[in-house]
Ligand binder design. Structure first.
Ligand SMILES: [Zn+2]
Length: 148
Protein backbone atom coordinates (compact mmCIF):
# COMPACT_ATOMS: atom_id res chain seq x y z
CA UNK A 1 0.00 0.00 0.00
CA UNK A 2 2.78 2.46 0.92
CA UNK A 3 5.04 1.26 -1.87
CA UNK A 4 7.97 0.41 0.42
CA UNK A 5 9.65 -3.00 0.26
CA UNK A 6 8.16 -5.67 2.51
CA UNK A 7 10.10 -7.12 5.41
CA UNK A 8 10.12 -10.64 6.79
CA UNK A 9 6.42 -10.56 7.72
CA UNK A 10 3.78 -10.21 5.05
CA UNK A 11 0.19 -9.27 5.86
CA UNK A 12 -2.71 -10.20 3.63
CA UNK A 13 -5.79 -8.04 4.07
CA UNK A 14 -8.50 -10.44 3.15
CA UNK A 15 -11.85 -11.87 4.15
CA UNK A 16 -13.18 -14.89 5.97
CA UNK A 17 -13.05 -17.15 2.91
CA UNK A 18 -9.26 -16.85 2.97
CA UNK A 19 -9.43 -18.45 6.41
CA UNK A 20 -11.18 -21.40 4.74
CA UNK A 21 -9.27 -21.82 1.50
CA UNK A 22 -5.96 -20.09 2.33
CA UNK A 23 -6.10 -18.06 -0.87
CA UNK A 24 -6.07 -14.29 -1.31
CA UNK A 25 -6.64 -12.31 -4.51
CA UNK A 26 -4.71 -9.34 -3.15
CA UNK A 27 -0.93 -9.17 -2.68
CA UNK A 28 0.55 -8.74 0.80
CA UNK A 29 1.34 -5.47 2.55
CA UNK A 30 3.00 -4.28 5.74
CA UNK A 31 1.08 -5.13 8.90
CA UNK A 32 0.76 -1.42 9.75
CA UNK A 33 -0.57 -0.67 6.26
CA UNK A 34 -3.04 -3.56 6.53
CA UNK A 35 -4.29 -2.31 9.89
CA UNK A 36 -4.73 1.18 8.44
CA UNK A 37 -6.76 -0.31 5.56
CA UNK A 38 -8.96 -2.34 7.90
CA UNK A 39 -9.69 0.78 9.95
CA UNK A 40 -9.93 3.44 7.22
CA UNK A 41 -11.10 1.77 3.98
CA UNK A 42 -14.85 2.40 3.60
CA UNK A 43 -15.48 -1.09 2.15
CA UNK A 44 -13.48 -2.86 4.87
CA UNK A 45 -14.74 -0.82 7.81
CA UNK A 46 -18.43 -0.40 6.93
CA UNK A 47 -20.27 -3.73 6.62
CA UNK A 48 -23.09 -2.24 4.53
CA UNK A 49 -20.73 -0.49 2.10
CA UNK A 50 -20.68 -1.82 -1.44
CA UNK A 51 -17.60 -1.89 -3.63
CA UNK A 52 -17.07 1.46 -5.35
CA UNK A 53 -16.74 0.58 -9.02
CA UNK A 54 -18.01 3.96 -10.23
CA UNK A 55 -14.92 5.15 -12.05
CA UNK A 56 -13.63 1.77 -13.20
CA UNK A 57 -12.95 1.45 -16.89
CA UNK A 58 -14.01 -1.66 -18.76
CA UNK A 59 -10.29 -2.31 -19.11
CA UNK A 60 -9.63 -1.99 -15.35
CA UNK A 61 -8.10 -5.14 -13.95
CA UNK A 62 -10.38 -7.27 -11.79
CA UNK A 63 -9.09 -9.52 -9.03
CA UNK A 64 -8.10 -12.94 -10.29
CA UNK A 65 -10.11 -16.02 -9.46
CA UNK A 66 -13.76 -16.21 -8.50
CA UNK A 67 -14.83 -13.39 -6.22
CA UNK A 68 -17.99 -13.51 -4.19
CA UNK A 69 -19.60 -10.12 -4.60
CA UNK A 70 -20.56 -9.35 -1.03
CA UNK A 71 -19.24 -7.34 1.85
CA UNK A 72 -18.24 -9.99 4.38
CA UNK A 73 -18.62 -7.45 7.21
CA UNK A 74 -15.27 -8.41 8.70
CA UNK A 75 -11.71 -8.07 7.46
CA UNK A 76 -8.98 -10.59 8.23
CA UNK A 77 -5.34 -9.60 8.52
CA UNK A 78 -3.37 -12.78 7.92
CA UNK A 79 0.30 -12.22 8.73
CA UNK A 80 2.73 -14.84 7.52
CA UNK A 81 6.38 -15.40 6.73
CA UNK A 82 5.67 -17.10 3.42
CA UNK A 83 3.29 -17.16 0.51
CA UNK A 84 3.14 -18.52 -2.99
CA UNK A 85 1.97 -16.59 -6.06
CA UNK A 86 -0.17 -18.91 -8.16
CA UNK A 87 -0.80 -17.98 -11.82
CA UNK A 88 -4.40 -18.62 -12.87
CA UNK A 89 -6.22 -18.01 -16.15
CA UNK A 90 -7.20 -14.43 -15.30
CA UNK A 91 -4.23 -13.27 -13.24
CA UNK A 92 -2.48 -14.16 -10.03
CA UNK A 93 -3.73 -15.57 -6.73
CA UNK A 94 -1.76 -15.85 -3.50
CA UNK A 95 -1.66 -19.01 -1.40
CA UNK A 96 -0.92 -17.72 2.07
CA UNK A 97 1.54 -19.51 4.35
CA UNK A 98 1.04 -20.60 7.93
CA UNK A 99 -0.27 -17.62 9.91
CA UNK A 100 1.96 -15.94 12.49
CA UNK A 101 -0.98 -13.81 13.61
CA UNK A 102 -4.64 -13.49 12.62
CA UNK A 103 -6.45 -10.24 13.35
CA UNK A 104 -10.14 -9.79 12.67
CA UNK A 105 -11.62 -6.33 12.22
CA UNK A 106 -15.23 -5.15 12.00
CA UNK A 107 -16.31 -1.55 11.68
CA UNK A 108 -12.68 -0.44 12.04
CA UNK A 109 -12.15 -2.13 15.42
CA UNK A 110 -11.27 -5.60 16.67
CA UNK A 111 -14.11 -7.89 15.62
CA UNK A 112 -16.17 -9.84 18.12
CA UNK A 113 -16.23 -13.62 17.90
CA UNK A 114 -19.91 -13.64 16.92
CA UNK A 115 -19.22 -11.24 14.01
CA UNK A 116 -16.44 -13.49 12.69
CA UNK A 117 -18.54 -16.66 13.01
CA UNK A 118 -21.52 -15.02 11.31
CA UNK A 119 -19.36 -13.89 8.39
CA UNK A 120 -17.71 -17.32 8.09
CA UNK A 121 -21.09 -19.05 8.02
CA UNK A 122 -22.38 -16.62 5.39
CA UNK A 123 -19.34 -17.18 3.20
CA UNK A 124 -19.50 -20.94 3.61
CA UNK A 125 -23.16 -21.07 2.60
CA UNK A 126 -22.34 -19.11 -0.59
CA UNK A 127 -19.46 -21.49 -1.34
CA UNK A 128 -21.72 -24.48 -0.73
CA UNK A 129 -24.35 -23.08 -3.11
CA UNK A 130 -21.72 -22.65 -5.83
CA UNK A 131 -20.32 -26.12 -5.20
CA UNK A 132 -23.82 -27.61 -5.44
CA UNK A 133 -24.19 -26.03 -8.88
CA UNK A 134 -20.81 -27.39 -9.96
CA UNK A 135 -21.61 -30.91 -8.79
CA UNK A 136 -20.39 -33.66 -6.47
CA UNK A 137 -16.64 -33.24 -7.13
CA UNK A 138 -16.84 -29.58 -6.07
CA UNK A 139 -18.83 -30.47 -2.97
CA UNK A 140 -16.30 -33.13 -2.04
CA UNK A 141 -13.45 -30.68 -2.56
CA UNK A 142 -15.16 -28.15 -0.30
CA UNK A 143 -15.53 -30.76 2.45
CA UNK A 144 -11.89 -31.74 2.11
CA UNK A 145 -10.50 -28.22 2.14
CA UNK A 146 -8.30 -27.93 5.19
CA UNK A 147 -9.10 -25.12 7.57
CA UNK A 148 -5.71 -23.69 8.43
ZN1 LIG B 1 3.35 -0.42 3.62
Amino acid sequence: MCGQPLGRFKTFVTGPLCAINGVSAEPPSHKECGEFSAKACPFLSKPRMRRNEKDLLDSSPHPAGQMIDRNPGVALLWTTLAYQAVPVADGLLFRVGKPQTLQWFAEGRQAQRAEVLSSLEGGLSLLRAEAEQEGPPALKELELFPVR
